[in-house]
Ligand binder design. Sequence first.
Ligand SMILES: O=C(O)CCC(=O)C(=O)O
Ligand SMILES: [Fe+2]
Length: 305
Amino acid sequence: MLLTKLSISEKLAIKEYYDSYGYVIIENLLSQSKIEEFLISYEIVKHSSSFVFFSQDTHLPSRPRLTPEGFIENSMLNPASLKLWKQFSQSVEECLVDEGITTALSILSGVSKHVMMQNMFFDKSTGTIEHQDHYYLDSDPPGRMIAVWYALEDIHKDAGCFFVLPGSHKGKVVQRKSASNFSDHDAFVKEIAHLINEGKYEYRSFPLKKGDVLFWHPYTIHGAYNNRDPRFSRKSLTAHYYPANLNPLYAGTIPTVRKTSNSNISILGSERECYVSNVMHYVRYIANYIRGRGPDYDMRRNSYE
Ligand SMILES: O=C(O)CCC(=O)C(=O)O
Ligand SMILES: [Fe+2]
């Protein structure tokens, strides 16, 4: 399959492609040296016995569990906020506030300043269910958030690639019933499966090259395949940004933001809130261990098969 990749200089084509298909790939956008910095700091936390992170796929505080090949099994939610692990969280942040990213975001949104709402890191593919990000988070007014997927290595086709369903952003959008919880998550997963059947969308998957970056719309249906060959990881970051002149959807009050080394990007959550949430991962990890408590909801394909 031929993948259309654009270069950052092709401004008009980038915007047109994104508007038509609900996603666009910009090649070689993320600085290779920032990726190297990240990979060095990742090796340290991966082997640390005291490292606890919030797992994005199971929605539980977790310690690194490695595959025999040495890849972390779970994906991380908000690695850039793990302030107790300074070198690691800083190296994540530097990737996510890269100048190239701000240039691309402003081509797509038409404004120069953005706020990052959340971020994730994947080592082994966790196999993510088909979904629209809008159900979880978006801008207010909705539809203006931009989601971004960063390839941190050359991704093998059997690594459990990220995929999108081109054009699905122009179809129906599924809302969650309550702003404060995800109690209708199972119904959401079923409704998305129904939309895919009805719309007969194509699945387009992405064995991208290290440094390639993919942008997608909050209504675009997307997910990731299960790993098909344990020798291959798919080291990648994702992050979600909204134009700074808007607000985040579902947030009761206007949240605090922190500055970054790029004056065009700030991040939701103050420094202090990051430290508190990082400490809380440890508290919850221990409490869950004692109570045997399970997740609120689950993003893994395996859990729905
Ligand atoms: O990379 C993945 O498996 C899923 C990422 C995703 O859905 C997101 O960042 O919104
Ligand atoms: Fe998503």
